[in-house]
Write a new protein. Sequence first.
Length: 277
Amino acid sequence: MARKAKKLPSAKHAFVELSRRGPHDVMHGDLALVGLPGIVCTPRTGTSLPAVVFGHGLLQPPRRYLALMRHLASWGIVVASPATQRGPLASHRLYAEDMRTALDIAAGVRLGDGQISVDPNKLGAAGHAMGGGCAVLAAAEDPRIKAVATLAAAETLPSALEAAAKVKAPALHLAAGDDLLTPPVANAEPISRAWGGPVQMRTIKKATHLGFTEGVHWTQLLLHGKPEYHTQRIAKGLLTAFFLRALANDRRGDLLLNENIKGATIDQVNTHGKLAA
């Protein structure tokens, strides 16, 4: 049984709570069973749930984000991640379309044993690097997407920077301070400044480009960084607070969204509006 929502007394307490596993048992399965390669994570039961599509980074399989996906599912959020466009010449436009298709599946198909349903008015998009940029592209074309979160967002073709101005939904952009592949100054910062709705940007200190991923993968020989527990924990806590607030009107993470936490302070220059009024 889910714990009763409550407003926690400080940003630190909220972060500790929301970065831990949530109250729901979690299941995960193969999106290919319903027509699209990828992974889906859900609470064991629940109706009218929020859902988020998560886009993978360049050359990364969705399983490298499984812990984050399971974490969000443990807090009552269905998460789907398409496993398409994984080659070195990935089409950003097509991947954004696949992300929207994943939302169609989540919202239109009874998941699990038919005990899980998604509210089509509670849809969000998120992603890492290329997947973050594609989440912006998807949101610019799909008004159903009510919230967007990115991790080390990368500029895309067509341009996520140009698309950002069209998105009125709230956004949370987390950049990696030591990212050599998608440095914030050329990616997350201009996307945040161009955003058409309320937006918050934070840079995680000492985080690398692959800090948001988990496990061992051959791309660590080519791309910058490696999995980092500290980076992953901050992403789990902040994305949980953000999507609970934006999609489920759950206010328990409001203080976390409004205040600084150690290692991830709010970038006031590239933030405008409030994620939690």
